[in-house]
Design a binder for this molecule. Sequence first.
Ligand code: BTN
Length: 319
Amino acid sequence: MEEAILNALRNRPGEFVSGEELSRLIGVSRTAVWKEIEKLRAEGYKILAQPHSGYQLVGVPDRLTAQELTWNLKTQRIGRKVHAYESTDSTMDVAHRLAAAGEPEGTVVVAEQQEKGRGRMGRRWFSPKGKGIYCSVILRPSMQPAQVPLVTLMAAVAAAQAVEAATELKPEIKWPNDLLIGSKKVAGILTELSAELNRVNYVVLGIGMNVNTPRRDLPAHATSLAEELGKKVDRLQVARSLLEQMDRLYGVFLQGGIAPVLEAWRRYAGFLGRRIRVALEGRVVDGQALDVDASGALLVRTDSGLVESCSAGEVLVVR
Ligand code: BTN
Protein backbone atom coordinates (compact mmCIF):
# COMPACT_ATOMS: atom_id res chain seq x y z
CA MET A 1 0.00 0.00 0.00
CA GLU A 2 2.88 2.30 0.88
CA GLU A 3 4.28 1.88 -2.62
CA ALA A 4 0.87 2.51 -4.19
CA ILE A 5 0.51 5.81 -2.33
CA LEU A 6 4.04 6.83 -3.18
CA ASN A 7 3.52 6.11 -6.85
CA ALA A 8 0.21 7.94 -6.91
CA LEU A 9 1.98 11.03 -5.51
CA ARG A 10 4.96 10.65 -7.83
CA ASN A 11 2.69 10.47 -10.85
CA ARG A 12 1.47 13.98 -10.04
CA PRO A 13 4.66 15.99 -9.43
CA GLY A 14 4.09 19.51 -8.11
CA GLU A 15 0.42 18.77 -7.40
CA PHE A 16 -1.63 18.01 -4.33
CA VAL A 17 -3.58 14.74 -4.46
CA SER A 18 -6.57 14.65 -2.15
CA GLY A 19 -6.88 12.09 0.61
CA GLU A 20 -10.20 11.12 -0.87
CA GLU A 21 -8.69 10.41 -4.27
CA LEU A 22 -5.88 8.39 -2.72
CA SER A 23 -8.28 6.37 -0.67
CA ARG A 24 -10.38 5.69 -3.77
CA LEU A 25 -7.37 4.83 -5.93
CA ILE A 26 -5.95 2.40 -3.44
CA GLY A 27 -9.18 1.12 -1.96
CA VAL A 28 -8.52 1.93 1.71
CA SER A 29 -9.97 4.41 4.20
CA ARG A 30 -8.70 7.99 4.48
CA THR A 31 -7.41 7.19 7.95
CA ALA A 32 -5.37 4.34 6.48
CA VAL A 33 -3.99 6.76 3.86
CA TRP A 34 -3.00 9.19 6.61
CA LYS A 35 -1.22 6.41 8.52
CA GLU A 36 0.75 5.43 5.44
CA ILE A 37 1.70 9.06 4.83
CA GLU A 38 3.03 9.20 8.39
CA LYS A 39 5.05 6.02 7.78
CA LEU A 40 6.53 7.49 4.61
CA ARG A 41 7.46 10.67 6.47
CA ALA A 42 9.16 8.60 9.15
CA GLU A 43 11.23 7.01 6.36
CA GLY A 44 12.39 10.44 5.25
CA TYR A 45 9.91 11.29 2.48
CA LYS A 46 8.91 14.93 2.56
CA ILE A 47 5.17 15.15 2.05
CA LEU A 48 3.20 18.38 2.38
CA ALA A 49 -0.34 18.13 3.70
CA GLN A 50 -2.95 20.83 3.19
CA PRO A 51 -6.42 20.58 4.71
CA HIS A 52 -8.47 21.05 1.56
CA SER A 53 -5.99 20.02 -1.12
CA GLY A 54 -4.41 16.80 0.10
CA TYR A 55 -0.84 15.61 -0.11
CA GLN A 56 2.14 16.54 -2.24
CA LEU A 57 5.48 14.74 -2.46
CA VAL A 58 8.30 17.27 -2.31
CA GLY A 59 11.35 15.21 -1.38
CA VAL A 60 12.65 11.66 -1.18
CA PRO A 61 15.15 10.37 1.40
CA ASP A 62 18.85 10.22 0.58
CA ARG A 63 18.83 6.43 0.48
CA LEU A 64 19.33 3.93 -2.29
CA THR A 65 16.23 1.81 -1.74
CA ALA A 66 14.93 -0.76 -4.20
CA GLN A 67 11.79 1.30 -4.59
CA GLU A 68 13.59 4.53 -5.47
CA LEU A 69 16.09 2.83 -7.75
CA THR A 70 13.54 0.90 -9.75
CA TRP A 71 10.71 3.43 -9.98
CA ASN A 72 10.28 4.35 -13.63
CA LEU A 73 13.79 3.10 -14.42
CA LYS A 74 14.32 3.04 -18.15
CA THR A 75 16.21 -0.21 -18.55
CA GLN A 76 15.64 -3.54 -20.24
CA ARG A 77 17.88 -5.76 -18.18
CA ILE A 78 19.81 -3.99 -15.48
CA GLY A 79 17.95 -3.09 -12.30
CA ARG A 80 14.71 -4.85 -13.14
CA LYS A 81 15.28 -6.41 -9.73
CA VAL A 82 17.16 -4.69 -6.90
CA HIS A 83 18.16 -6.08 -3.51
CA ALA A 84 18.98 -3.17 -1.20
CA TYR A 85 20.72 -3.52 2.16
CA GLU A 86 21.41 -1.09 4.97
CA SER A 87 24.71 -2.81 5.61
CA THR A 88 26.46 -5.89 4.31
CA ASP A 89 30.00 -7.31 4.25
CA SER A 90 30.33 -6.86 0.50
CA THR A 91 27.68 -6.59 -2.20
CA MET A 92 29.95 -8.90 -4.23
CA ASP A 93 29.36 -11.79 -1.83
CA VAL A 94 25.60 -11.25 -1.79
CA ALA A 95 25.52 -11.08 -5.60
CA HIS A 96 27.57 -14.30 -5.90
CA ARG A 97 25.15 -16.12 -3.61
CA LEU A 98 22.14 -14.83 -5.53
CA ALA A 99 23.70 -15.61 -8.91
CA ALA A 100 24.60 -19.16 -7.83
CA ALA A 101 20.99 -19.61 -6.74
CA GLY A 102 19.80 -18.63 -10.23
CA GLU A 103 18.94 -14.93 -9.89
CA PRO A 104 18.34 -13.44 -13.36
CA GLU A 105 20.71 -11.30 -15.38
CA GLY A 106 20.57 -7.64 -14.48
CA THR A 107 19.80 -8.16 -10.80
CA VAL A 108 21.44 -5.44 -8.70
CA VAL A 109 22.65 -5.64 -5.11
CA VAL A 110 23.20 -2.31 -3.41
CA ALA A 111 24.18 -1.36 0.13
CA GLU A 112 24.28 1.88 2.09
CA GLN A 113 27.42 0.62 3.79
CA GLN A 114 29.87 -2.28 3.42
CA GLU A 115 31.82 -3.73 6.32
CA LYS A 116 34.31 -5.48 4.06
CA GLY A 117 34.12 -3.70 0.72
CA ARG A 118 36.86 -5.00 -1.54
CA GLY A 119 38.78 -3.53 -4.42
CA ARG A 120 41.06 -4.94 -7.07
CA MET A 121 44.25 -6.72 -6.16
CA GLY A 122 43.16 -7.62 -2.65
CA ARG A 123 42.68 -3.99 -1.61
CA ARG A 124 39.91 -2.66 0.60
CA TRP A 125 37.17 -0.41 -0.68
CA PHE A 126 36.22 1.95 2.09
CA SER A 127 32.43 2.17 2.10
CA PRO A 128 31.14 4.67 4.68
CA LYS A 129 27.41 4.73 5.33
CA GLY A 130 25.22 6.72 3.00
CA LYS A 131 28.10 8.46 1.26
CA GLY A 132 28.81 6.43 -1.83
CA ILE A 133 27.30 4.05 -4.33
CA TYR A 134 28.28 0.46 -3.58
CA CYS A 135 26.61 -1.95 -5.96
CA SER A 136 27.09 -5.26 -7.74
CA VAL A 137 25.31 -6.34 -10.90
CA ILE A 138 24.76 -9.93 -12.00
CA LEU A 139 25.34 -10.50 -15.71
CA ARG A 140 25.06 -13.69 -17.70
CA PRO A 141 26.72 -12.95 -21.03
CA SER A 142 27.30 -15.88 -23.34
CA MET A 143 31.00 -15.33 -23.93
CA GLN A 144 34.40 -16.85 -23.31
CA PRO A 145 36.00 -16.02 -19.94
CA ALA A 146 38.79 -14.20 -21.81
CA GLN A 147 36.26 -11.65 -23.07
CA VAL A 148 35.05 -10.64 -19.62
CA PRO A 149 37.53 -7.73 -19.28
CA LEU A 150 35.47 -6.04 -21.98
CA VAL A 151 32.48 -6.03 -19.67
CA THR A 152 34.65 -4.13 -17.19
CA LEU A 153 35.55 -1.51 -19.78
CA MET A 154 31.88 -1.18 -20.61
CA ALA A 155 31.10 -0.54 -16.93
CA ALA A 156 33.82 2.12 -16.71
CA VAL A 157 32.28 3.98 -19.64
CA ALA A 158 28.82 3.70 -18.06
CA ALA A 159 30.16 5.10 -14.79
CA ALA A 160 31.82 8.00 -16.62
CA GLN A 161 28.62 8.74 -18.52
CA ALA A 162 26.55 8.61 -15.33
CA VAL A 163 28.85 11.16 -13.67
CA GLU A 164 28.65 13.39 -16.72
CA ALA A 165 24.87 13.13 -16.92
CA ALA A 166 24.34 13.97 -13.25
CA THR A 167 27.02 16.62 -12.69
CA GLU A 168 29.08 19.09 -14.70
CA LEU A 169 32.25 17.12 -13.99
CA LYS A 170 34.46 15.64 -16.72
CA PRO A 171 35.66 12.23 -15.60
CA GLU A 172 38.55 10.34 -17.17
CA ILE A 173 39.18 6.62 -17.33
CA LYS A 174 42.54 5.18 -16.36
CA TRP A 175 43.10 1.69 -17.73
CA PRO A 176 41.63 -0.63 -17.06
CA ASN A 177 38.71 0.79 -15.14
CA ASP A 178 39.47 3.53 -12.66
CA LEU A 179 37.41 6.65 -12.92
CA LEU A 180 39.37 9.81 -12.16
CA ILE A 181 38.55 13.45 -11.71
CA GLY A 182 41.62 15.59 -11.97
CA SER A 183 44.08 12.84 -11.27
CA LYS A 184 42.23 11.45 -8.28
CA LYS A 185 40.18 8.30 -8.17
CA VAL A 186 36.44 8.73 -7.75
CA ALA A 187 35.20 5.26 -8.72
CA GLY A 188 36.48 1.76 -9.27
CA ILE A 189 35.20 -1.42 -10.81
CA LEU A 190 35.77 -4.96 -9.69
CA THR A 191 34.78 -7.82 -11.95
CA GLU A 192 34.50 -11.35 -10.63
CA LEU A 193 33.24 -14.37 -12.46
CA SER A 194 32.15 -17.93 -12.16
CA ALA A 195 33.26 -19.81 -15.23
CA GLU A 196 34.27 -23.09 -16.75
CA LEU A 197 37.16 -23.31 -19.15
CA ASN A 198 35.18 -22.11 -22.15
CA ARG A 199 32.00 -20.76 -20.70
CA VAL A 200 31.00 -18.00 -18.34
CA ASN A 201 28.37 -19.02 -15.80
CA TYR A 202 27.91 -15.50 -14.55
CA VAL A 203 29.75 -12.25 -13.99
CA VAL A 204 29.46 -10.04 -10.91
CA LEU A 205 30.29 -6.48 -11.78
CA GLY A 206 31.02 -4.39 -8.70
CA ILE A 207 31.03 -0.62 -8.83
CA GLY A 208 32.10 1.66 -6.02
CA MET A 209 31.75 5.42 -6.37
CA ASN A 210 32.65 8.12 -3.86
CA VAL A 211 29.70 10.48 -4.14
CA ASN A 212 29.32 12.52 -0.95
CA THR A 213 32.33 11.12 0.86
CA PRO A 214 34.16 13.88 2.75
CA ARG A 215 37.89 14.30 2.10
CA ARG A 216 38.78 13.19 5.63
CA ASP A 217 37.27 9.76 4.90
CA LEU A 218 39.19 9.27 1.65
CA PRO A 219 42.72 8.05 0.94
CA ALA A 220 45.06 10.75 -0.39
CA HIS A 221 44.83 9.62 -4.02
CA ALA A 222 41.01 9.60 -3.99
CA THR A 223 38.25 12.17 -4.25
CA SER A 224 34.46 12.28 -4.31
CA LEU A 225 31.96 14.00 -6.57
CA ALA A 226 30.90 16.32 -3.73
CA GLU A 227 34.50 17.30 -2.96
CA GLU A 228 35.05 18.17 -6.61
CA LEU A 229 31.83 20.11 -6.96
CA GLY A 230 31.85 21.75 -3.55
CA LYS A 231 28.27 20.68 -2.92
CA LYS A 232 26.23 17.61 -2.05
CA VAL A 233 25.30 15.37 -4.95
CA ASP A 234 22.03 13.48 -5.46
CA ARG A 235 23.25 9.90 -4.97
CA LEU A 236 19.99 8.44 -6.18
CA GLN A 237 20.16 10.34 -9.45
CA VAL A 238 23.74 9.19 -10.09
CA ALA A 239 22.89 5.59 -9.19
CA ARG A 240 19.82 5.49 -11.43
CA SER A 241 21.79 7.04 -14.25
CA LEU A 242 24.53 4.46 -13.73
CA LEU A 243 22.03 1.61 -14.12
CA GLU A 244 20.49 3.22 -17.21
CA GLN A 245 23.82 3.90 -18.89
CA MET A 246 25.07 0.42 -18.09
CA ASP A 247 21.91 -1.14 -19.47
CA ARG A 248 22.20 0.84 -22.69
CA LEU A 249 25.88 0.07 -23.22
CA TYR A 250 25.47 -3.60 -22.32
CA GLY A 251 22.71 -3.77 -24.93
CA VAL A 252 25.02 -2.12 -27.50
CA PHE A 253 27.76 -4.60 -26.57
CA LEU A 254 25.51 -7.66 -26.89
CA GLN A 255 24.14 -6.50 -30.23
CA GLY A 256 26.96 -4.61 -31.90
CA GLY A 257 30.06 -6.10 -30.29
CA ILE A 258 32.77 -4.23 -28.50
CA ALA A 259 33.76 -1.67 -31.17
CA PRO A 260 31.22 1.05 -30.21
CA VAL A 261 32.00 0.55 -26.51
CA LEU A 262 35.74 0.89 -27.11
CA GLU A 263 35.11 4.00 -29.16
CA ALA A 264 33.32 5.57 -26.18
CA TRP A 265 36.03 4.29 -23.81
CA ARG A 266 38.77 6.01 -25.84
CA ARG A 267 36.97 9.35 -25.53
CA TYR A 268 37.44 9.20 -21.74
CA ALA A 269 40.93 7.74 -21.79
CA GLY A 270 42.91 10.97 -21.57
CA PHE A 271 46.14 9.07 -20.87
CA LEU A 272 46.27 7.57 -24.37
CA GLY A 273 49.27 8.98 -26.24
CA ARG A 274 51.02 9.88 -22.98
CA ARG A 275 54.04 8.23 -21.35
CA ILE A 276 52.98 5.77 -18.68
CA ARG A 277 54.30 3.14 -16.34
CA VAL A 278 52.26 -0.06 -16.08
CA ALA A 279 52.64 -2.58 -13.29
CA LEU A 280 52.23 -6.11 -14.60
CA GLU A 281 52.66 -9.28 -12.59
CA GLY A 282 56.16 -9.00 -11.19
CA ARG A 283 57.47 -6.27 -13.52
CA VAL A 284 56.83 -2.77 -14.78
CA VAL A 285 56.62 -1.53 -18.34
CA ASP A 286 57.48 2.06 -19.30
CA GLY A 287 56.41 3.49 -22.61
CA GLN A 288 53.76 5.34 -24.54
CA ALA A 289 50.10 4.33 -24.12
CA LEU A 290 48.85 3.60 -27.63
CA ASP A 291 45.38 2.12 -27.46
CA VAL A 292 43.23 -0.74 -26.17
CA ASP A 293 42.72 -3.73 -28.42
CA ALA A 294 39.55 -5.72 -29.02
CA SER A 295 40.24 -7.92 -25.99
CA GLY A 296 40.54 -4.92 -23.66
CA ALA A 297 44.35 -5.20 -23.39
CA LEU A 298 46.37 -1.99 -23.22
CA LEU A 299 48.96 -1.55 -25.98
CA VAL A 300 52.14 0.17 -24.87
CA ARG A 301 55.08 1.12 -27.11
CA THR A 302 58.08 0.47 -24.91
CA ASP A 303 61.31 2.43 -25.13
CA SER A 304 62.86 -0.35 -27.18
CA GLY A 305 60.17 0.21 -29.81
CA LEU A 306 58.28 -3.02 -29.14
CA VAL A 307 54.53 -2.91 -28.64
CA GLU A 308 53.54 -4.78 -25.48
CA SER A 309 50.01 -5.95 -24.93
CA CYS A 310 49.15 -5.64 -21.23
CA SER A 311 46.11 -7.63 -20.22
CA ALA A 312 46.22 -7.58 -16.44
CA GLY A 313 47.81 -4.89 -14.37
CA GLU A 314 47.50 -1.28 -13.53
CA VAL A 315 48.70 2.05 -14.85
CA LEU A 316 50.92 3.52 -12.14
CA VAL A 317 52.09 6.83 -13.52
CA VAL A 318 50.92 9.05 -16.31
CA ARG A 319 53.41 11.70 -17.36
C1 BTN B 1 38.82 -0.99 -7.39
O1 BTN B 1 38.99 0.06 -8.00
O2 BTN B 1 39.74 -1.52 -6.76
C2 BTN B 1 37.47 -1.63 -7.44
C3 BTN B 1 36.56 -1.18 -6.34
C4 BTN B 1 35.20 -1.84 -6.36
C5 BTN B 1 34.36 -1.50 -5.17
C6 BTN B 1 32.96 -2.00 -5.28
S1 BTN B 1 31.89 -1.31 -4.07
C7 BTN B 1 30.62 -2.42 -4.51
C8 BTN B 1 31.30 -3.75 -4.74
N1 BTN B 1 31.42 -4.47 -3.49
C9 BTN B 1 32.71 -4.62 -3.13
O3 BTN B 1 33.09 -5.19 -2.10
N2 BTN B 1 33.52 -4.07 -4.06
C10 BTN B 1 32.76 -3.50 -5.16
